[in-house]
Each structure stands twice: as C-alpha cells, then as structure tokens.
Design a protein around this ligand. Structure first.
Ligand code: GLN
Length: 509
C-alpha cells in the first residue's frame, strides 16, 4: 500500500483494494468529489459534473463487486472523467431530459448547453467496464491549442503550479488526474493533446494508433489525425484503460478490425533484447536544458536495463509542424462547417439565413478557431489547393515512410514529449508560432498515425518532464512495456503535485 491519499493512488492499487473489500466504489468517488470540491473551481478543471449520478453509479458498482463481479473487470467502480469533446447521452431522441445526463460543449460557446441524444463509443465502453463517470473536463475550444487557454470557459490551472498551464488541448483531463480529481480521464490527441499535457502535469498519457480506438461520438477536429486515449498515473493503469477502450467499431469507418491484445500481460518489466532508436531531430532547437537532461537520463536508465539504444534519423521531422498546420486546419474548416446555428447548439436567431450563419459563427467561435477555419479554407481554395494541401499530403507520406523505415529496424523510439515544462498562463498567447512549437515532438507521430506514450521522467525547475515512447502501428503493447519498465526502474510513479498531499480526505482506505 502506498502512503498516498486515497484520491491520488493508482487504479491498479485501488482496484485491488476494491476486490479485497478494503475500500468501496463509494469511498473512491467521495475521495475524488472531495478533491473536486476543494480544487476544481480554482483549477477550472470541470465544465460539467453530476455528483449525485456519480454516487448512484458507485452504489451500483459496489453491489456488483459484492456479487463478486470484480475479478475480470479492472475498471469496475473506478471514477473517471471525459474530456468535454466526447458526447454523453443527456436527452432521449424526442429531446426529453435523461437523469444524470451531461452537456457537451467542446469548450466552445457555439455548443453551450448542447445535450446529445446518444453516447460516444468511449462513454459506452466505460459503462460496460463499470467505471463511474464524474463529469466532463475543460479543454481548448474544439481541441485547438496546447495550453487550454483557448477554452471559451476560461483557462485550466496546473496543480503543480497554479500560475502555469496544464498543457492542452486536454488540459482539464491532465489536471484532474494530476490533482486527485479522477483516477483516469480521457483525452484526444490530434497533434499532441494527450501526450503534451501529460508531460506538463506529471501524468501518463497514451495516444493509440490511428484506428485503434473508435472516434464515434468524439467531436471532430481533424479527422485523419484525431485519436482518443487515457491519462493515468501509471503505465499499468494506461494499459488497463486502453484494454477497455480499444477495439473495432463499425460506426467509425476508420476503426480497424484487429484483435486487442492483453496489454497488462505485455508489462514484463523486461526490455532486454529490444532495440530502441533515439531520433536525433527530436532534440529540437530551443529545447529547455533541464528537459533535455531529464530525457537523456531516462534513455540511460533504459540502456542500463538492457535495451540496445541506437541513434536514428528522421530527417523530415522539422517539416512536421508546417505539414500539420495545413492538414489539421483544412480538415477543421470542413468539420466545423456543421456549426451553422441551424443543426446544433447556439443560434444567433437572425432573420436571413446567411446573416444567421454569420452572426452565429462570428459570436460562437473563438479567435483560435476562426484562425484555423481561415487557414484551412485558404489552403483548400482553388488555386492554392495544389500548392498547400496536396503538397502537405505528399510531405505527410514522406514523414510516414521515414518512420516506417526506421521502425523496421528498431522496436520503438525514445524522444522528449514536449521541449519545455509548463509555462506561465498568458506567456505564449500573443505568439501563435511559439505556441505551435510546443508540439514539435508530438505531431509527427499523429501525421504518421503511430502510437505514442508520455511517461514522467523527473522534474526540471520543480515541474514535470515527460519521456515519449513511440511505436509501430498497432503495437501499443511494446511502448507500454518500455514505458512500464522505465517507470519501475526510475521510481517516478508516485510523483504528485505538492497539493496532493495536503489533505482533503482520509489518507488510508
Ligand atoms: N496543439 C495542437 C493544435 O492546437 C494539437 C491539438 C490536439 O492534439 N488536439 O492543433
């Protein structure tokens, strides 16, 4: 048993305690709710919450546990949160309110108060698993951002230092897991939005292979890049959550029908015999020295554990940013056309159709979203399409081919997750390019459609640093194995923000 407060422990630990009847789903839920009560308003982590519904679900989970149903359901009775980009069933098809239903805003005013008549595949998967939904977490508007400062509902604060950002766009999810408000949370990663906030909050963040997890019911940003994945406190926990989430879904045409391995079984603690590459281009210019030294030290740990570490080259890495900022806005401009004030959410209610479109979209979308729509529309327009969009698709293939060639020779890659630790709220808001550079090490992985995980590898200036492990398509098992072996050897699995230990609920179960 760790001596961490109940709310700050790993899923693995509390799930064992649940099965051994040393705690209850209700106690876990109350521990998270106490932390939410204490901190959530200040940190601005949640956009919607239903404590009563969570307590009711906890009581049902306790009844199932009492019937002995826990043994093959590792998430039964575990409280979690969803990024507010996953739709949650809130009304029936006639519009009638459903008890415990939560709205979905995607961090945007244009969806303020929107209530979905259906559940996302993620909500369904966790319902089947018996996990307890606490609420919906704050995020950058339509997942566009790296700091969670683009939410229409205000920035999220990092529990490690409340004057800094928790990363983005899944900042509410990262801060909630770091701060003891949920045992796991789901995020989405289009260019780094799970791994980068995990890095900045000292949590584990996993982006699965494109096609591994259903995107059904996930508000679309850039459909060829978007993937859902978990924030957890340990690598083993990430393996458990991925196991519940992964799998084929015919409702998502990009979902791939390939078997889901037992991810937890892959965590052997052993990396001997693995050949792991370190792409030199990922140590980008402008990287903070404290980040570089923590990441290099982490690579040494894996070498000492017996992995064969080799330097490799991915020469097109520095084209990743430009490629991403054509493709993602282009797809976003098309996806966001559906918010027209007629079909979804808020409407300005102006008389003429075009006037209504203009007013609704003019007042409903924030600045960053408008910037992306304009960039994307421009890149797709006649005359520029070949020069920008087609060219970007060609470079995308080049980047993917380079990854494939290198990964034919090595089993996985090691790199920094983010070139910097958490920065001050406001520090990069006037400089979009500086903000975009945050994702230099994560977005090539989305461009290539590969899986990546960020695992804490120490502190720099008192703030967490993340090590990124990148793998072959559909080989999440290997990156989980490498990250877990590192986590066991490095001893950062109980790294928590200083606020975690300052009370709020009973220390032991
Ligand atoms: N920061 C990147 C962007 O703003 C990535 C966002 C994401 O992964 N959702 O587009």
């Amino acid at each position: 048993m760790s001596d961490l407060p109940l709310a700050d422990r790993s899923i693995t630990e509390v799930a064992r305690a649940l099965r051994d009847r040393q705690t209850t789903a209700r106690a876990l839920t109350d521990a998270c709710l106490a932390r939410i009560d204490r901190d959530a308003e200040r940190l601005n982590t949640f956009l919607a919450l239903d404590a009563d519904a969570a307590r009711r679900a906890a009581d049902e989970a306790d009844a199932a546990l009492a019937r002995g149903e826990g043994s093959d359901r590792p998430l039964l009775g575990i409280p979690y949160a969803l990024k507010d980009i996953f739709v949650t069933r809130a009304v029936d098809w006639d519009g009638g309110e459903l008890p415990g239903g939560l709205p979905t805003t995607a961090g945007s005013l244009i969806l303020e108060g929107y209530r979905s008549p259906y559940a996302s595949a993620a909500q369904e998967a966790f319902e089947r698993a018996g996990a307890i939904l606490l609420g919906k977490t704050n995020c950058d508007e339509f997942a566009m951002g790296s700091s969670n400062e683009n939410s229409a509902y205000g920035p999220v604060r990092n529990p490690w230092d409340e004057s800094t950002v928790p990363g983005g766009s899944s900042g509410g999810s990262s801060a909630a897991v770091a701060g003891g408000q949920a045992y796991f949370a789901l995020g989405t990663d289009t260019g780094g939005s799970i791994r980068q906030p995990a890095s900045l909050t000292g949590t584990v963040g996993l982006k699965p292979t494109y096609g591994r997890v259903s995107r059904f019911g996930m508000v679309a940003f850039a459909s060829s890049l978007d993937q859902a994945g978990p924030f957890t406190r340990t690598v083993r926990d990430a393996a458990l959550v991925l196991g519940a989430l992964a799998g084929y879904d015919p409702r998502d045409s990009t979902s791939v029908d390939t078997p889901v391995p037992d991810y937890a079984a892959a965590l052997t603690g052993e990396v001997r015999g693995l050949r792991i590459g370190v792409p030199r281009e990922f140590f980008v210019a402008g990287m903070e020295p404290g980040v570089e030294s923590a990441v290099r030290a982490a690579i040494d740990v894996l070498r000492e554990l017996g992995a064969e570490i080799v330097e490799v080259s991915l020469p097109s890495t520095d084209r990743g940013l430009a490629t991403y900022y054509i493709i993602a806005p282009a797809e976003a401009s098309a996806n966001l056309a559906r918010y027209d004030g007629v079909r979804y959410g808020v409407s300005a209610g102006a008389g003429e159709l075009w006037e209504n479109y203009e007013r609704t979209r003019g007042s409903g979308f924030g600045d960053e979203v408008k910037r992306r729509i304009m960039l994307g529309t421009y890149a797709l327009s006649a005359g520029y399409y070949d020069a920008y969009y087609v060219k970007a698709q060609q470079v995308r293939t080049l980047i993917k081919d380079e990854f494939d060639a290198v990964l034919a020779d090595v089993d996985a890659l090691l790199a920094p997750t983010s070139p910097n630790v958490a920065f001050k709220i406001g520090a990069k808001m006037d400089d979009p390019l500086a903000m975009y550079l945050n994702d230099a090490c994560t977005l090539p992985v989305n461009i290539a459609g590969l899986p990546g995980i960020s695992v804490p590898c120490g502190l720099s200036e008192g703030l967490p640093v993340g090590l990124q492990v990148i793998g072959r398509a559909f080989d999440e098992a290997t990156i989980l194995r490498v990250a877990d072996a590192y986590e066991r050897a490095a001893g950062f699995a109980e790294l928590r923000p200083p606020t975690a230990r300052s009370g709020g609920e009973p220390v032991s179960a």
